[in-house]
Ligand binder design. Structure first.
Ligand code: ATP
Length: 235
């Protein structure tokens, strides 16, 4: 469904991605783990076309999307829930969710909203509260819910567990599995919380300073001694 071929991404003189090649198949959850600054966010942003790859290709459903503007990429069915839960803080939960449905013209909004509430009942309780007053975990739920309302076929999640209380982390990972199983949505997830993220993944990759250094099934990576030492200590 998604293929990256030798993707390089630069910020001026800094090369954040140094030749990344990977595949995501339809229906999979694929996790990319990596330390701070490894290039995880850059990888997801490059798929969305901002910044654009300086070298290499991004293919989605067989089509070269490397040079497409971001809004065209979104319209092809790729939706991202960004790091830092970039929701609209002054808008209510409801209004934030409405914004998510803009790419679909709002046609399925009411029915999709019910599905989001099934995943995240907390959002229904907070519907008329301003986004900025939600807790970190609730904002994360809102960001994922908003991304789902765009009706993507490929969902990109940037560190959904970052800065969230452990109990909400569990809920969010559970919801990710449900979204994948019930809706058949393909998910590419980047995470520092390697243990949880590999546990729910069909396959995973390890990103280190802009290069993929290891690949395997979620189970293989979890059992790998090098990964355990580098990413799972105490996890
Ligand atoms: P984290 O887990 O800390 O968010 P990450 O793995 O997502 O890290 P990126 O945010 O992709 O890493 O950053 C990769 C590298 O690119 C880092 O060295 C970072 O400093 C650099 N970088 C990221 N954004 C920019 C930017 N806008 N301008 C210049 N350098 C950048």
């Amino acid at each position: 469904m998604l293929r990256l071929e030798n993707v390089h991404t630069r910020y001026g003189n800094i090369e954040a991605l140094k030749g990344v090649s990977l595949d995501v198949e339809q229906g999979e959850i694929v996790t990319i783990i990596g330390a701070n600054g490894a290039g995880k966010s850059t990888l997801l942003m490059t798929i969305c076309g901002s910044p654009k790859a300086s070298e290499g290709r991004v293919l989605y459903e067989g089509r070269d999307i490397t040079r497409l503007p971001t809004y065209d990429i979104v319209n092809l069915g790729i939706s991202q829930s960004p790091e830092g839960r970039r929701i609209f803080p002054r808008m209510t939960v409801y209004e934030n969710l409405q914004m998510g449905a803009v790419p679909t013209g709002g046609k399925w909004f009411e029915q999709d909203l019910e599905r989001v509430f099934t995943l995240f009942p907390r959002l229904k309780e907070r519907l008329h509260q301003r986004g900025g007053t939600l807790s970190g975990g609730e904002q994360q739920m809102l960001a994922i819910g908003r991304a789902l309302l765009a009706r993507p076929r490929l969902l990109l999640l940037d560190e959904p567990s970052l800065g969230i209380a452990p109990i909400l982390v569990q809920q969010i990972f559970k919801a990710i599995v449900e979204i994948n199983r019930m809706q058949g949505l393909t998910i590419l997830l980047v995470e520092q919380n390697a243990y949880q993220a590999l546990k729910i993944a069909h396959r995973g990759y390890v990103l280190a300073t802009g290069r993929l250094v290891m690949a395997g099934t979620g189970r293989e990576l979890l059992a790998n001694p090098e990964i355990r030492a580098a990413y799972l200590e105490g996890g």
